[in-house]
Write a protein that binds this ligand. Structure first.
Ligand code: DOR
Length: 437
């Protein structure tokens, strides 16, 4: 496998698209020792190292800045039967990701330097896609005592979050925002008023009434985001809302941004594509938290993504085994896997929604990198090679036996997707090479 020390890599006649460079052109891109050294029309023919290079035919393919995921659950330590760092990073590489930020709801919770360091050590052993731990906001994600954020930051955490549960106390949230600000750590909130969602199984509406399942009202999300925006404004701190799912959440974030507040948010592929009708039949693969909403929310989320109100697309890759999913709906754990499917699921939105391709690429790569404080992947000459080669026309079908993740909890198995990741470079080396198979 070519590495920073391996032979040069040349993408010939590829459509290179990097919205932040204003680049959208058919060019050759040369990578030597893990760095993009040349890019331009005919750049390969004047490259003296061509004979020794691995040459990839770029015709009909796109080369993009590799993707960055702000929100994945890799389950190690503690739940390695669902996913571990090795299988999760392999899934990420197949999905086009050079970087993934991983949530702390492991066992033990990542609320200490020891767990953060262990995750980084394990990821370094595995190689490929880079892993960035997100540490907990509160000890044990119990919502009371703040973690040692200075220490966690020094150990390598890029953000803090109690994802999976909400920081319910306004006082604790205020202190978290104030404290995290000292270390420039974004505070990522799982926005859910647990008093309003007690026992909830799915979105509250006509479908929950029909299925006899207790509903999770939209206002439980909106109320927390509205409160947090006020707190972030009050203490002048950065705030990021995870996996927003409602039209109301998009409206609150839009208003906050219009007032210049340092508020950002993300959306998942499933909240952009599926309504709560997908739950009919008690489909546990479609049980997620926050729940799938309704057509009007999807439309609002797609518009908010298109106009930049929603900064980033995050997978919320949440692998669960058949133990947690092949059971009664009320017993099932919420979550859907997403790393390997995200690009193939979302590309089609560019042809049937207000979302345009440059914004999609930004939301998958540059915008999340900036939120996490990472250097955004770029196609500029001199940049570290963190690129993804995709075929926009290739159709493919996610098959149970062909996924790298240990889990299979997605309703998108056996669906035909258009747009496929062919090759991913992370940290200057090839992390996934789908051209070989
Ligand atoms: O659906 C979800 N699953 N939402 C979360 O916030 C947590 C996640 C998990 O850890 O499974």
């Amino acid at each position: 496998m070519p590495s920073p020390s391996g032979p040069p890599l040349v993408f010939k006649n590829v459509r290179a698209i990097d919205p932040h460079l204003g680049l959208d052109a058919e060019v050759d891109v040369v990578i030597e020792k893990g760095v993009i050294t040349r890019s331009g029309r005919g750049a390969a023919s004047s490259f003296e190292g061509l004979a020794a290079a691995k040459v990839v035919d770029g015709a009909g393919r796109w080369l993009l800045p590799a993707f960055v995921d702000l929100h994945a659950h890799l389950r190690e330590p503690g739940y390695e039967y669902k996913e571990d760092i090795a299988s999760g990073l392999e899934a990420a590489a197949r999905g086009g990701y050079a970087h993934i930020c991983v949530m702390p709801n492991t066992k033990p919770v990542n609320d200490t330097r020891a767990v953060t360091e262990m995750m980084l050590r394990r990821a370094a052993e595995v190689g490929g896609t880079r892993l960035h731990p997100i540490a907990a906001i509160t000890r044990g994600q119990a919502g009371q005592e703040l973690t040692e954020m200075a220490e966690l930051r020094a150990a390598g955490a890029v953000a803090v979050s109690d994802d999976g549960v909400c920081v319910m106390s306004s006082a604790v949230m205020r202190r978290a925002l104030e404290y995290a600000k000292n270390f420039d750590l974004p505070v990522i909130q799982h926005a859910e008023d647990h008093d309003l969602t007690l026992g909830a199984q799915m979105n509250e509406g006509a479908t929950s009434a029909r299925l006899g399942l207790r509903g999770w009202p939209r206002v439980a999300e909106d109320i927390i985001i509205a409160r947090d925006v006020l707190l972030a404004e009050y203490v002048k701190a950065r705030y990021h809302a995870a996996h927003i799912s409602t039209a109301g959440a998009a409206r609150i974030v839009r208003e906050a941004k219009s007032r210049g507040l340092p508020v950002t948010c993300e959306v998942t592929p499933h909240h952009l594509l599926l309504t709560d009708a997908a739950v009919i039949g008690y489909e546990t693969a479609c049980k997620v938290n926050p729940p799938l909403r309704e057509e009007s929310d999807i439309e609002a989320l797609q518009n908010a993504l298109a106009d930049g109100t929603i900064d980033a697309i995050a997978t919320d890759h949440a692998p669960h085994s058949s133990l947690e999913k092949d059971c009664e709906f009320e017993e099932a754990s919420p979550g859907m896997m997403g790393l390997e499917l995200c690009f193939g699921l979302l590309l089609e939105l560019c042809s049937r929604s207000p979302l345009k391709l440059p914004r999609l690429i930004d939301a998958l790569s540059t915008a999340p990198a900036r939120i996490a404080g990472l250097t955004p992947p770029s196609l500029r000459e001199g940049a570290l090679a963190e690129v993804v080669l995709v075929s926009p026309e290739a159709t493919w079908v996610p098959k149970t036996e062909a996924l790298a993740s240990k889990s299979r909890n997605t309703p998108f198995l056996e669906r035909t997707l258009k747009g496929r990741v062919l090759l991913t470079m992370a940290d200057g080396a090839i992390a996934f090479d789908g051209l070989k198979s």
